[in-house]
Structures are given as structure tokens and as C-alpha cells.
Ligand binder design. Structure first.
Ligand SMILES: [Zn+2]
Length: 152
């Protein structure tokens, strides 16, 4: 039987702690004290995946709201979405070379690309899938009939 309330390393009792976490993205150092689980015996401390995910989401939100055009922010957004550069190029209707030039800072990315990527990065679950599906449809449009009857 596994005991989630015991330290994996020493079997000691676990308590609540707080761990300073920081991350540098696009030249900015983001810092937060994240809730952690701490072993009262050996002192081993860890932050939950959920807390880390929340931290990264907040970093994305702040970058998006700042209106940054930093190439590192684009890379951050893309990785956060879990897309390869070629997949992102397809979604945005540009060539992989274009995405590459944006990401290595050779060409300034258009603000539309940054906002779309940032919005995808801060949107999770079905809403993100919906947005990706819209980008896919727009990249490969299907003809809409001349007359379209709407269901009542
Ligand atoms: Zn321990």
C-alpha cells in the first residue's frame, strides 16, 4: 500500500512548506513562493506539478499582457503550448523558416502572431483545442455553400 502522506526518501511525516521558485524568460526573472510539501524528518521538499504549472501559466499571462515582442517570449509560448515550430508555422499560415527567423530574433514577429501564441499559451483545455481548430480551419478553408440554412 502506498502512503501519500509519507516521505518517499525516508518515510518521515510530511508537512506544508513554501519554496522560492524563479525562472528567467526573455530577460525577466519571475519569482514566487510556491506551496510545497516538506518532509519533517529529512527536509526533502518539493513543489507540486500543479503549482509549477500555475506559476508557468502566470508567467505566460504577464508576458502576454506586457505586449512583449521578445523572441524568447515566442519560444516560451510555443513550448508552453507544446507545439513544434513546424506545427506552429502551419497554424499561423507561415513557413517554418519564418517562425525560425522570429524565434532567433532575425525578424520581428507581427503582433498578431505574438497575441495568438500568447493567447494559446494562457488558454487551457477545450478552449485551447477550439482555438487551434479555428486556426486549422482558417489555414485550410472549406468552401461554405452559397445558401446556408441555419437550424432553428
Ligand atoms: Zn524524508
Amino acid at each position: 500500500m502506498s502512503n501519500a502522506n509519507r516521505c518517499h526518501a525516508c518515510g518521515g511525516a510530511l508537512g506544508k512548506g513554501s519554496l522560492e521558485h524563479s525562472m528567467v524568460v526573455a530577460g525577466h526573472r519571475f519569482v514566487a513562493a510556491l506551496p510545497s510539501v516538506r518532509c519533517t524528518q529529512c527536509g526533502q521538499e518539493s513543489v507540486s506539478d500543479a503549482a509549477l504549472e500555475q506559476f508557468e501559466l502566470r508567467v505566460s499571462e504577464l508576458l502576454l499582457e506586457s505586449g512583449t515582442h521578445a523572441p524568447e517570449a515566442l519560444v516560451w509560448f510555443r513550448r508552453s503550448i507544446g507545439l513544434r515550430a513546424t506545427e506552429l508555422a502551419d497554424l499561423l499560415g507561415v513557413t517554418p523558416e519564418t517562425v525560425s527567423r522570429w524565434e532567433n530574433g532575425k525578424v520581428a514577429p507581427p503582433n498578431t502572431a505574438i497575441v495568438v501564441m500568447g493567447k494559446l499559451a494562457v488558454t487551457r483545455g477545450p478552449k485551447r483545442e477550439e482555438l487551434i481548430a479555428l486556426l486549422r480551419s482558417s489555414a485550410a478553408p472549406r468552401p461554405l455553400a452559397k445558401t446556408v440554412r441555419l437550424s432553428a
